[in-house]
Design a protein around this ligand. Structure first.
Ligand SMILES: [Zn+2]
Length: 304
């Protein structure tokens, strides 16, 4: 699964940062079906929609709709990683122009490397682990009997650690570096600096964080757009709804006939574009939604 030597276009800049540990997340373990109080309160319109409107949601190949799941910083926040755009988020403490643009990197690569090195250190903090929302999505991917594409704007590796097989990181990955000379994308868990040589082509001072910066094209957009126009259900989780192109996914999916669902701490900027919204902490609303969705799939058998 390694894409060590894959070619990549310039990558992305969102992602998350270490949060000043004012709060932890409460429940690392996923609670089995029926034990989540919010589940009982959740208006289960997804299940009822499947029963009453099977046509538009059905994928071409089966009676079960395919899913596109989009996650943003809000899902990782309860794992101890900070968001970018909240009032106390990363962008309130550093200037994005300095650390998340190609121009900023050109101006002061040492500062940019230091910023992402600190993020990498934060990700290695033993207290930063996947939370119940990450685990619930991995469970959904495992059990859902039709196609599921998990797209994340996050640059952390919490989806992978939760068991998601291949999340698509549209804004790149903190634990990878990319060579400006040969375009190799390499696993990179440690500090990265100008002194590092590209392991692929041997060039000096050509490595940069494999993170899509502002002004750069997010990764694998064609694949994402194809999945959005073919999916039966699009679920947006923990995203602010302000950063394009991800903020436009709901409209694309909706125009193509998908049911659209928002799961977020509070109504996002695009909340009115969704058929259905559930608001609250990700560790509550995401597992509850996943269980309701799994319960709606006819004939689905628990295999774990
Ligand atoms: Zn190289």
């Amino acid at each position: 699964m390694s894409d060590n030597l894959s070619r990549a276009r310039p990558a992305a800049g969102g992602g998350l940062m270490l949060r000043e540990r004012r709060e932890g997340w409460g429940g690392a373990t996923f609670r089995p079906l029926g034990r989540w109080a919010p589940l009982r309160r959740l208006p289960c319109r997804v299940a009822s929609f499947f029963l009453s409107n099977p046509g538009p949601l059905m994928s071409r190949a089966s009676a079960i709709p395919s899913l596109v799941l989009l996650t943003g910083a809000g899902i990782s926040r309860e794992s101890g990683l900070d968001t970018f755009r909240d009032a106390d988020g990363v962008w309130s403490r550093v200037r994005l122009e300095d650390v998340a643009t190609p121009e900023g990197f050109e101006r002061d690569p040492v500062k940019v490397h230091a910023f992402y090195n600190a993020r990498r250190h934060g990700l290695r903090d033993p207290e930063v682990v996947p939370n119940a929302a990450h685990l619930a999505l991995a469970r959904l991917e495992r059990l859902w009997p039709a196609e599921v594409l998990l797209v994340t704007q996050n640059i952390d590796d919490l989806h992978e650690r939760a068991g998601s097989p291949a999340p698509l990181h549209m804004h790149g990955e903190l634990l990878k570096a990319r060579c400006a000379a040969c375009d190799a994308v390499l696993p990179w868990a440690d500090d990265l600096g100008l002194e590092d040589r590209c392991p692929s082509c041997g060039a000096e001072a050509t490595l940069r964080p494999h993170v899509v910066w502002f002004g750069e094209m997010p990764l694998e957009m064609e694949r994402i757009e194809a999945a959005l126009t073919a999916c039966g259900v699009f679920v947006s989780i923990g995203t602010s709804g302000t950063v394009y192109p991800a903020a436009g996914f709901v409209s694309l999916a909706r125009r193509a006939g998908a049911r659209t669902v928002e799961l977020n701490l509070e109504p996002s900027h695009g909340a009115s574009l969704f058929h259905e919204c559930h608001h609250g902490p990700a560790t509550g609303v995401v597992p509850a939604f996943v269980e309701a969705l799994l319960a709606s799939a006819p004939g689905l058998r628990e295999t774990e």
